[in-house]
Design a protein around this ligand. Structure first.
Ligand code: AMP
Length: 425
């Protein structure tokens, strides 16, 4: 017996169905917003992720050396790959470039519920768009994606990292350290670090601003606390609020403590939580960033987000969203060996006509076959018997009601289709 690697999961058919349900909803929503899907490699050079996130990322990744001595890493996220791809091949594409991707990512984390070493993300980016409109479009898309799954109990928190960057106007490494401590809410260490650089007077205000969360009123408070350093950011967030209203999106809070872990975020930042999920409640996050220049290309305004598919499945389960797989339309049962050829003929026809159909592969008797069909959730059984076949008929059994009726073979597909329509209603 072998065990699966720590932090990875196998997905049973019903679990896979839930996963695919969420992915389908995300894909459809992204397409309805004019985003197009791209695919990037599952592994990239270690250097790419180091350039994006700093050398510390090495400890958080699955890295390996290939047979040619190249240092590679399984992707921990998508943005670095998307921007690398943009710089190498998509730079001349018409702007704004709206792309999304769905797939697995790998992080060397301590596994727990909602946190895995292999997990799945839905990632959307707008590259080269005017920032306010692009920011609103990605926030609206993230929100619409969750709603399209049926997940309603979420909290969207929107902030602006540019405000704290402007107020903590120190050399980049110092600023990065302070923001990191703020991100992790390590306030005592933050106070010590600010005392060390002789800026303890700013500490109280920074901490107060980082705690501001609520409606437009918190923007006024931030302005009162930070003065001019907050003006531009606050104006931006007010305009963003108006832009989001054009999407009918008013169900969000301003949260000036949203920092996000990475240095490349420049302006708007947002996070989405599902309060039902306990410790790992963050289901998505993103913001406006500048990465193309960090990866050695020409600067391009970008904004994007990543939503965790696994956590959305958990959130949807909590909210009793039905994520049932498409059931089998028909299970074909030959009554006796002599009917197998006819049964296969009918099976083939159903499959060609686009219905999901299966047949007994092990030669069970009719009643065992009905039990089996029940256990796999087939909507109908098609019983192919000698007497009925002679009259061009089959018996069609509705597995939910147990009702059985004779149907002409040539009308079987229509009968199954109309039953399916009824069951969807
Ligand atoms: P991040 O790139 O860290 O902002 O992650 C974006 C989203 O991916 C998070 O909000 C989570 O929903 C999800 N996520 C991140 N890491 C994990 C993980 N180890 N396991 C499951 N989901 C994750």
């Amino acid at each position: 017996m072998f065990e699966k690697p720590r932090g990875t999961r196998d997905f049973t058919p019903p679990e896979t169905a839930k996963h695919r349900f969420v992915e389908r909803a995300f894909r459809r929503t992204a397409e309805s917003y004019g985003f197009r899907e791209i695919l990037t490699p599952t592994f990239e050079t270690v250097e790419l992720f180091k350039a994006r996130s700093g050398p510390g990322i090495i400890d958080e990744m699955f890295t390996f050396t290939d047979k040619g001595g190249r240092e590679l890493a399984l992707r921990p996220e998508f943005t670095a790959s998307v921007i690398r791809f943009y710089l190498s091949d998509l730079r001349s594409a018409p702007k704004p470039l709206k792309v999304f991707t769905l797939g697995n990512c790998f992080r060397y984390e301590e596994p727990q519920k909602g946190r895995y070493r292999e997990f799945f993300q839905w990632n959307c980016e707008i590259i080269g768009g005017p920032s306010l409109e692009a920011d609103a479009e990605v926030i609206a898309l993230a929100d619409a994606g969750l709603k399209s799954v049926g997940v309603k109990k979420t909290e969207m928190r929107i902030g602006y990292i540019g405000m704290l960057r402007k107020y903590l106007d120190f050399p980049p490494e110092v600023q990065a350290k302070l923001l990191h401590l703020l991100d992790k809410k390590r306030m005592e260490e933050l106070e010590k670090a600010m005392t060390d650089i002789g800026a303890v007077d700013k500490c109280e205000k920074v901490c107060s601003v980082a705690l501001l969360k609520g409606d437009g009123e918190v923007l006024d408070q931030a302005e009162r606390l930070l003065g001019d350093a907050a003006k531009e950011s606050v104006d931006y967030l007010r305009r963003l609020g108006k832009q989001l209203a054009l999407y009918g999106l008013e169900d969000f809070v301003y949260d000036l403590g949203v920092v996000r872990g990475l240095d490349y975020y420049t302006g708007m930042v947002f996070e989405i939580d599902s309060p039902n999920l306990g410790a790992e409640k963050q289901v998505g996050g993103g913001g406006a960033y500048s990465l193309a220049d960090i990866l050695g290309g020409e600067a391009a305004i970008s904004t994007g987000f990543a939503v965790g598919v696994d956590r959305i499945v958990l959130a949807a389960e909590q909210e009793d969203v039905k994520m049932t797989p498409s059931p089998l339309d028909a299970y074909v049962i030959p009554i006796g060996l002599s009917m197998r050829a006819k049964a296969f003929e009918i099976l083939k026809k159903l499959r060609v006509e686009g219905l999901a159909a299966d047949i007994d592969l092990v030669g069970r008797g009719p009643s065992k076959n009905l039990d089996y069909a029940n256990s796999i959730g087939a909507l109908h059984c098609v019983l192919v018997g000698e007497k009925e076949t002679a009259k061009g008929l089959v018996a069609l059994r509705d597995m939910q009601t147990g009702k059985q009726a004779e149907v002409k073979v040539e009308s079987l597909t229509d009968a199954l289709r109309s039953a399916k329509r009824q069951s969807i209603k």
